[in-house]
Design a protein around this ligand. Structure first.
Ligand code: GAP
Length: 555
């Protein structure tokens, strides 16, 4: 079944998973709120990650596939950090996109998302172009624009006494590549070769850099002195606390520091629902290890993180682990793989990133010791300013690690699994959505919408119903409900409407277990437990309900 994003979005609003931020004022692009069910779902996603990384981790034994036992610990660091952090890390200089604006409509676009279809004549010269303010790929050129380009080729060839191109050559690239191609060939971007806004036909500005970090002002200081940034990633909080954690804790390399927290990026084109937001939450872990063992640890974390999504209900058919090509790798990275999901808003065989697992070498700790690093050949060196001094000085603190068993001092290498809590939540929402047909109370087939969340992630674990609102059933049901709540199990109590309709309401929000108190309960002291996915109904003794629900959630 091809899932329709519109239906998922509508359900999320109708049942209280996700709302647009500040909706009554028209909303704010790139910002989203989680409603009563969404907040529970996202908390469960975070909890599943934290539990896997920290709570259930046993540092005395090597988990399956791990090269050896290792330590894990958590931190919670501030959203606003010393501005030097972002200068040393490279974000201040590098964390930007190139943008163009339509001069008339004022709409702003990422240069690498603007497509230019270029027509080449038989002498290989570019003669005309058509612009799209979107990534259209080779296939997306419209008939009208193709005709215009073919006409331009024919006119140019006629004017220049060239033989007619048998197959007019038209290729699509992005605006950045187009501008570079013209500049390299020494051809001015004027007339038919000028990329223009397709909506207004008007001019586009020159590409301009746009920093993605949100600026803010600390205290009463104004100007550069008081300028600080909302963090664009949680990772730097772990790097700058590496020494604190080593000095204060019992951890020894290899170990990981995990953190969950908000990050902010002034994305130019927030889109695809919560997928690309301006305020979002990350679940990042920095794993510090000996350089000689780093590649083994990279392989371990890459596979372990991919499996985490499958263990929590993502169908492997919809999930890929994609290794970056050498061209895609960040300048400091010797290996990166992305966990990617086939979101319903993507084309067939296209996937969106859920998480990146990167081998970052010693880039981060060195940057915070020495200052901003740049690549020179195969070396990372401190970037110098025009006076030959470090462009941005590091902290100057010693962030090396001394292994008191081997008596070796070294800068640990870092493996970083960096996941998005909102993207993971969106993937779990999309994956859970199903429509099927099930018999109603009278045995007639009815269509049903069901959210097949993994029980660990389901926002509500159990719903308790009295079959009818009399004969003592509401009291027994309320008592069971109270016991579930007391045990910390997310539950609801519902006595409104026919039992079939109550089941449908719970299916639509993904409640895995419905417990019904009926006419037999008084005699057998049992309730009917109905499973959302198999629809199997079983009698369970009231005294065992809490334990049974917990067993089914945690396996
Ligand atoms: N420390 C490395 C880092 O931040 P990233 O690939 O930029 O790497 C990690 O971000 C994860 O954070 C992404 O895989 C994605 O899940 C999430 N993420 C990044 N930008 C996001 C955005 N604008 N909206 C929602 N999630 C985002």
């Amino acid at each position: 079944m091809k899932k329709e994003m519109e239906k998922i979005v509508a359900l999320c609003k109708r049942r209280g998973f996700v709302f647009q931020s500040s909706e009554i004022y028209g909303g704010l692009q790139g910002f989203w709120d989680y409603g009563p069910l969404g907040v529970e779902l996202k908390r469960n996603v975070r909890e599943a990650w934290w539990s896997d990384m920290i709570t259930t981790h046993n540092e005395l034994i090597a988990p399956e596939g791990a090269p050896k036992p290792f330590g894990m610990t958590g931190v919670e660091t501030t959203i606003i950090m010393h501005p030097s952090v972002w200068k040393s890390s490279g974000h201040f200089d590098l964390f930007h996109d190139f943008m163009v604006d339509s001069k008339e409509s004022k709409a702003r676009f990422r240069v690498d998302h603007v497509s230019v279809a270029v027509a080449y004549a038989s002498d290989q010269k570019p003669v005309a172009c058509e612009t799209y303010m979107a990534d259209i790929g080779e296939e997306g050129l419209s008939k009208t624009k193709r005709k215009r380009l073919e006409k331009a080729i024919a006119e140019y060839e006629k004017d220049n006494n060239l033989s007619n191109s048998e197959e007019p050559q038209i290729s699509v690239c992005n605006l950045m590549e187009y501008a570079k191609m013209l500049a390299d060939a020494g051809i001015p971007a004027t007339g038919k070769l000028e990329a223009r806004c397709p909506d207004t036909g008007g001019e586009l500005t020159e590409p301009r850099e746009f920093n993605l970090m949100f600026k803010t002002i600390i205290g009463a200081l104004s100007g550069e002195e008081g300028t600080a940034f909302l963090r664009p990633e949680t990772a730097q909080g772990m790097f700058v606390n590496f020494k604190n954690v080593v000095d204060s804790g019992r951890v020894k390399v290899p170990f990981g520091i995990a953190q969950i927290g908000k990050s902010f990026r002034n994305e130019i084109t927030p889109r695809n629902y919560t997928f690309r937001s301006r305020e979002f939450e990350q679940m990042e872990m920095e794993f510090f290890c000996h350089p000689d063992e780093s590649f083994e640890w990279y392989q371990y974390w890459r596979d372990r993180r991919y499996n985490w999504y499958i263990q929590h209900g993502i169908n492997p058919e919809n999930l890929i682990l994609r290794d970056h090509t050498p061209e895609e790798l960040a300048h400091y990275s010797v290996g990166t793989a992305d966990v990617e999901y086939a979101f319903p808003f993507m084309e067939e065989n296209e996937y969106g990133e859920l998480e990146g697992i990167a081998h970052r070498g010693d880039f981060d700790l060195r940057s915070h010791m020495e200052g901003k690093l740049v690549r020179e050949g195969d070396q990372l060196v401190v970037e110098k300013n025009e006076h030959g001094q470090p462009k941005y000085k590091g902290s100057g603190k010693d962030l090396t690690y001394f292994d008191d068993q081997t008596r070796e001092r070294f800068i640990p290498h870092v493996i970083e699994p960096a996941a998005g809590a909102d993207r993971a939540t969106l993937a779990f929402l999309c994956e859970a959505y199903y429509e099927d047909e099930q018999p109603d109370d009278k045995g007639e087939m009815q269509s049903r919408t069901v959210m097949q969340f993994h029980p660990k992630l389901a926002p509500v674990k159990a719903a308790v119903f009295p079959l009818i609102k009399k004969a003592g059933m509401p009291e027994v049901a309320a008592d069971i409900y109270g016991k579930l709540k007391k045990a910390g199990i997310q539950a609801v109590y519902d006595q409104q409407g026919a039992i079939g309709r109550r089941y449908r309401r719970q299916d639509e929000i993904g409640t895995p277990f419905c417990l019904t108190v009926d006419g037999d309960t008084e005699q057998d002291n049992c309730v009917t437990m109905r499973d959302r996915d198999s629809l199997k109904q079983e009698r369970i003794p009231i005294d065992d309900i809490v334990a049974e629900v917990q067993r089914r959630i945690h396996g």
